[in-house]
Design a protein around this ligand. Structure first.
Ligand SMILES: [Zn+2]
Length: 516
């Protein structure tokens, strides 16, 4: 069942790529890849050969099992509600809330929610302005400009790109390189890790060209395109008895059946996870179009059982040793600086750094309690939105991604984010930075508690999922850590979710539309 994704149908120059993230079989082969790379010349942190072995020569048993969590398309209250069903209540083994990557399209996006999501620690990445495959440069770069101007996301923080419909070309990759992106994540790993010719490579740089999607994207592979230091983070598929499932696998029919079956989907997701976990621990990914799983967007009736099933999968995975749910940014940070799972607490990007801004401070900064009442409402008929940074005179577009501010009716211009202040500390109304020294920046709330945190599991929605078909089991059993974290207190993530929910309710009158 792919009734929603049909909306996004686009033709691809592809053999096995279907619309909007679907693949039906292998998208590469060893011969088509024609890939070679000398690891003695290509070294971390800025060069990595495409390889199925973990980076840094680590033995798989010392490697964290990463579950990459990404979402695509517009950011709205509905889409964040949807993601929060799965992540708000969870923590990683260091006691920190989960961070994810949101590949953001400009159209239909509510900028204030982008700011909030970013300030809460998530990664904001580029998915073009108007959601076009094989995008021209202005679609890619225009999105950078408008996310910076109207959502206050630092240019340096927007590191990643995913092509709409996963439809990219060699030129797309070259454009990303030219615009100094750090990575692309549009290619698929389409052959199971249990096969000797698997294309489930750890993230790699394009110093020696692409090794994925070689049968699908002309002008790539066999050494092309050579883009030194630019990374590809393959999207790792799940596999049922018939073939791969890449994006939104829960919308697909498992094993060629005629209807979706949550228990069957859970079973093959667990089986694929276990193959990764008991092998070379290549990452696995949940690549979501969150609107499909919304329980708050009118007209979308996501099945409760599907939501419970995804939470059951995450609960099950998190009960195993050294499993981390991460953003692409975090994954890449670890790949570039690989440490054994026991030393994960040493990596700054995995810590929970909360901006130290007093709750009573009135500042439009991406923290709902601070910015309440300070947002500008930009009442465009297509997609009205809120922003801290002043309404533009016209809607941003690829040809004009940063229109002048609307100062009609005596409105005062707001100050856009400068390069020397971070988003939660920048006051766009007074044009000043609340924090200019390291002593006031962020508090580190991470707690080095061991291989698995307590309270990591427990579902999200209060519902239980019972799947008779969940036959896969983990090789390691759950080892409780040192009892240091038995607190039943609401996590920071959960609190933030409640606040976001409140903002969402406030914005309920918005005539928000949806795109895929
Ligand atoms: Zn998309």
């Amino acid at each position: 069942m792919r009734s929603f994704t049909l909306v996004c149908a686009a033709l691809l120059p592809a053999i096995a790529l279907a619309q909007d993230g679907g693949i039906s079989g292998p998208t590469t082969s060893t011969a088509a890849a024609g890939y070679s790379c000398d690891p003695s010349k290509c070294k971390l942190p800025d060069c990595n050969c495409a390889s199925t072995s973990p980076p840094g020569g680590l033995s798989p048993s010392d490697v964290p099992q990463f579950i990459v969590f990404t979402a695509d398309d517009a950011i709205q209250s509905y889409t964040l509600d949807s993601i929060n069903q799965f992540l708000a209540q969870r923590k990683n083994p260091n006691g920190c809330g989960i961070k994810m990557t949101y590949f953001t399209s400009n159209a239909y996006t509510n900028y204030t929610l982008v700011t909030d999501w970013y300030v809460a620690g998530n990664e904001i990445a580029d998915h073009t302005m108007t959601h076009v495959g094989q995008p021209p440069a202005e679609e890619i770069n225009g999105n950078l400009i408008s996310l910076n101007a109207l959502a206050g996301i630092p240019m340096s923080a927007i590191k990643g790109f995913r092509a709409p419909f996963l439809n990219y070309s060699s030129d797309t990759l070259k454009m990303l390189y030219k615009s100094e992106f750090l990575y692309d994540s549009s290619a698929s790993a389409s052959i199971p890790v249990t096969q000797s010719d698997t294309d489930a490579y750890w993230p790699y740089t394009l110093d020696n060209g692409m090794a994925n999607n070689c049968l699908a994207v002309p002008g790539t592979c066999k050494g092309e395109p050579k883009l030194p230091g630019f990374w590809e983070i393959p999207m790792y598929a799940f596999f049922d008895d018939v073939g791969p499932h890449l994006m939104d696998p829960w919308l697909d029919n498992a094993n060629g059946a005629s209807s979706a079956n949550d228990a069957a989907t859970l079973s093959y997701m667990q089986k694929t996870f276990t193959a990764h976990y008991s092998g070379n621990r290549q990452p696995i990914g949940l690549y979501m179009h969150p609107i499909h799983l919304s329980r708050t967007y009118p007209g979308v009736n996501a099945r409760k059982s599907t939501i419970d099933m995804i939470n059951a999968f995450l609960d099950w995975a998190q009960q195993q040793q050294n499993v981390w749910i991460v953003s692409n940014e975090q994954l890449l940070d670890w790949v570039r600086h690989p440490v054994p799972a026991s030393q994960m607490n040493n990596l700054a990007s995995f810590k929970c750094a909360t901006p130290q801004v007093d709750a009573s401070t009135k500042i439009c900064n991406g923290i709902p309690q601070n910015e309440n009442g300070l947002l500008s409402h930009c009442a465009f008929s297509d997609f009205p939105f809120y922003t801290c940074y002043g309404c533009p005179t016209t809607q941003p577009s690829p040809s004009n991604p940063n229109p002048p501010q609307d100062l009609s009716g005596g409105q005062t211009a707001r100050h856009r984010l400068p390069t020397n202040c971070s988003t939660p500390f920048w006051d766009p109304i007074d044009g000043k930075c609340l924090c200019t020294s390291s002593t006031c920046l962020f508090t580190d709330g991470s707690r080095p508690v061991g291989p698995n945190g307590a309270n990591l599991t427990g579902g999200g929605t209060g519902g239980a999922f019972t799947a008779s078909a969940s036959t896969a089991t983990a090789t390691d059993s759950f080892v409780p850590f040192n009892d240091a974290m038995a607190s039943p207190l609401l996590s920071k993530g959960a609190r933030h979710a409640i606040i976001l929910g409140f903002v969402g309710a406030l914005m309920g009158t918005l005539g928000v539309s949806v795109r895929f």
